[in-house]
Design a protein around this ligand. Structure first.
Ligand SMILES: NC(=O)c1ccc[n+]([C@@H]2O[C@H](COP(=O)([O-])OP(=O)(O)OC[C@H]3O[C@@H](n4cnc5c(N)ncnc54)[C@H](OP(=O)(O)O)[C@@H]3O)[C@@H](O)[C@H]2O)c1
Length: 249
């Protein structure tokens, strides 16, 4: 039986992925910190096994992961997002939690799993469409995701020599507890079911990069081709039209 390990399975995209893979007959190692929520998830299918750890704690990650067989598919999905309301909030202390949530945690999990993965296994690295363009207020989150994306793209080349594949996953806005905190309009917002379908289809097809939804990615990609100064002017207009952001709230 195929086995998938999903981090961040206690909520949002990861939770839906866990349910959908189990429905398709996969054994699911559902990882997260919230034991109660993982136990509730496991009630949906005997194929879902909760694996509780904080990815910031290497010993917890080691103990939890060595207790299970190596999966054929690993989806590094755990993450968090905070926006900068005011440039005065920029500090190492503010950036650190974003790096831990979106980059260091995935590295800790990979450190444990990589030596155990068999040839033919695949890794899905969940980044974000935010890496396509420098977006207002996304200094901390975007930096963490962009750093992770560089690592994932480089790793994809190296891992190929070991018979392992890596897919970079860049969702646009998905309706989850993470985005429900947002105080701005989210164009092309999609459901977790749609996000899960896009991710599962992309991974099954062995795609190197899984970008969705297309109706957000294409305009963003076109905008990313504008000369830097021109995009800066467009972004500035966006901020000026959003009074709560301009007021630094
Ligand atoms: N939603 C979007 O629009 C969107 C767009 C682009 C990219 N993404 C990315 O997609 C991924 C999932 O996002 P989501 O929207 O589904 O968020 P979510 O509902 O807030 O879920 C985040 C998950 O990450 C886990 N997590 C966070 N910190 C952790 C830690 N230190 N140790 C272990 N697990 C930790 C959480 O576990 P606990 O709850 O158990 O702590 C939770 O299961 C993230 O990487 C996010 O950046 C989301």
């Amino acid at each position: 039986m195929n086995c998938v390990l999903i981090t961040g399975a206690s909520s949002g995209i990861g939770y839906q992925l866990a349910r959908d893979y189990a429905s398709a007959g996969w054994q699911v190692l559902a990882c997260g910190r919230n034991a109660e929520r993982l136990a509730e998830l496991a009630c949906h299918s005997p194929l879902i096994q909760p694996v509780c750890f904080d990815h910031d704690n290497p010993q917890q990650v080691h103990d939890a992961l060595t207790a299970h067989p190596a999966p054929q598919l690993v989806i590094l999905n755990a993450g968090d997002c905070h926006y900068l309301d005011d440039p005065g909030q920029l500090s190492v202390a503010a950036l650190q939690p974003m790096l831990h949530a979106n980059l260091f945690g995935a590295v800790t999990v990979l450190h444990e799993l990589l030596p155990r993965l068999e040839r033919g296994s695949r890794i899905g690295w969940v980044s974000s469409a935010v890496t396509l363009l420098p977006l207002p207020r996304a200094e901390l989150y975007g930096t963490a995701k962009a750093a992770g994306e560089y690592l994932a793209r480089t790793l994809a080349i190296t891992l190929a020599t070991y018979g392992l594949s890596l897919s970079l996953i860049r969702p646009g806005f998905v309706d989850t507890p993470l985005t429900r905190r947002n105080d701005f309009a989210m164009p092309t917002l999609i459901s977790v079911s749609e996000a899960s379908r896009q991710i599962r289809d992309g991974l099954a097809a062995g795609r190197a990069v899984i970008d969705f939804p297309r109706r957000l990615h294409w305009p963003m990609r076109l905008l990313s081709w504008l000369p830097g100064g021109l995009w800066r002017r467009v972004a500035l207009r966006m901020i000026q039209r959003a009074p709560t952001v301009a007021a630094g709230k």
